[in-house]
Design a binder for this molecule. Structure first.
Ligand code: AOS
Ligand code: ZN
Ligand code: ZN
Ligand code: ZN
Length: 424
């Protein structure tokens, strides 16, 4: 289904007065609001193809209906999100789940929805039908060169699909590791992985980036071969200038200071991008900002600080992606909430008084430094985010409109309850 522009305009008209009064009030508190609005309009977040249906856990899956059944419908769903919020103009594909049958048709469809293709994701954590070698004991780290070769070839194939679609990056997330002490030799596993990554790296086009995603544990529970940002940074540094670290917010051990990791990776020029989500315990893949919104703000605070320092472009120089899984919510509503939470955290970080913060730090004025950050975090910037959306042609209240237009019911009518396998 496609949403008509006039429906969005009509919907906005109904709540415009209330919006205006909230926005006028906020304007009086924010000096640079026009430049913030233009930054918000430019800022786009990629939606993962695997988050458009209900996920599930190993205990079960409760599909909600109307889920996309193929790549075309996944693109359509991201198109719906983008139409509503004008902030999700990219889709991140996963191979082999999203192998395009006809590149031209897929490119045209994405264009029709105003979408581009963000990072391509490879998959060497499952065995596919008809595959010769098994990834049970790892892929790029494997003791058997034949398994490593199969995994390398797969990644190169993913790059080729990406080139056809105009993507510019490959995300490598490996499940490689071990479940028990003694199962593998850490250094051999690292060296095998590095050698395999080098071969993949050699196939990257000049203008591509490789993102190396780390994760503390799961599915391996004793060691993970790209287990933390240190290991990811080691690989990325050894590989070369096109390799970067990718930070998935759910991939740390409890209480890790993610904002500090982000700050240092930025300083080293090795931060590639994000998989935004939230978590309480582990790789929970919950809605961004739903559990720890202050952490999300602090991450953006470091991002703005570091990106300004390095004269980076907020909109284009990093990969802004969501990685999510929805067990109990409508996936489209959940993704709309995630994008909104990210935009809010970004805005709050943009309004931090950086000169005052620097001064407080130089004077060791700890209380003042905290006041400055929390002043921004506790400012209700939602009218600013809504104003940016309005000016870009989106809906003032995306979820409200999604419900009012009964989008999910329409999708169920169109697609029924048949479901596809979704990601992790
Ligand atoms: C796995 O835990 C990682 O978060 C991956 O980034 C992602 O979930 C996967 O590539 C999708 O299958
Ligand atoms: Zn991820
Ligand atoms: Zn994950
Ligand atoms: Zn995750």
């Amino acid at each position: 289904m496609k949403l008509k522009d006039n429906l969005i305009a009509e919907h906005n008209q109904r709540s415009i007065d209330l919006h205006r009064s909230k926005f006028e009030f906020l304007k009086t508190q924010i000096i640079d609001f026009e430049s913030i609005i233009s930054k918000l309009i430019d800022f786009q977040i990629a939606i993962p193809s695997w988050a458009l249906g209900n996920g599930g856990t190993r205990f079960g899956r409760f599909p909600g209906g109307g889920e996309p059944r193929n790549l075309e419908e996944k693109i359509e769903d991201v198109g719906l999100i983008h139409k509503l919020n004008q902030s999700g103009n990219a889709i991140s594909l996963h191979i082999p789940w999203d192998i395009p049958k006809d590149y031209q048709a897929i490119r045209d469809l994405a264009k029709e929805h105003g979408l581009r293709f963000d990072a391509m994701n490879s998959n060497t954590f499952q065995d596919q039908k008809g595959q010769e070698e098994s990834y049970k004991y790892g892929s790029l780290q494997h003791v058997d060169p034949a398994v490593r070769k199969q995994a390398i070839d797969h990644n190169i194939e993913v790059i080729k699909h990406g080139i056809e679609l105009g993507s510019k990056s490959l995300t490598v997330w490996l499940a490689d590791g071990s479940c028990f002490p003694g199962q593998l030799n850490f250094r051999t596993a690292f060296q095998n992985t590095l050698a395999s990554l080098r071969e993949i790296y050699a196939s990257l086009p000049e203008d591509w980036k490789m993102f190396i995603e780390y994760k503390a544990y799961e599915p391996n529970f004793y060691s993970t071969t790209v287990g933390d940002w240190g290991q990811s940074l080691l690989y990325a540094s050894k590989l070369g200038p096109k390799a970067f670290t990718l930070v998935d917010l759910g991939h740390h051990l409890p209480n890790a200071n993610i904002e500090q990791i982000v700050s240092l990776l930025l300083m080293e020029g090795k931060l590639g991008g994000f998989h935004f989500n939230d978590s309480k315990y582990g790789d929970d893949d919950l809605t961004a900002g739903s559990i720890k919104p202050y952490q999300l703000f602090l991450i953006f605070n470091e991002l703005i600080e570091g990106m300004n320092d390095r004269k980076m472009n907020h909109a284009n120089d990093l990969g802004w992606m969501i990685d999510a899984s929805h067990n109990v919510k409508d996936p489209l509503e959940d993704l709309l909430q995630s994008v909104e939470a990210i935009m809010i955290a970004y805005t709050q970080a943009l309004i931090v008084d950086r000169a005052a913060l620097k001064e407080a730090q130089l004077k060791n004025d700890v209380a003042r430094a905290q006041e400055i950050l929390q002043d921004s975090f506790r400012t209700d910037v939602r009218p600013l985010v809504a104003e940016a959306r309005l000016r870009a042609g989106g809906a003032l209240d995306p979820i409200g409109l999604f419900r009012k237009l009964e989008v999910r019911q329409e999708l169920i009518k169109e697609r029924g309850f048949e479901t596809v396998a979704t990601g992790l």
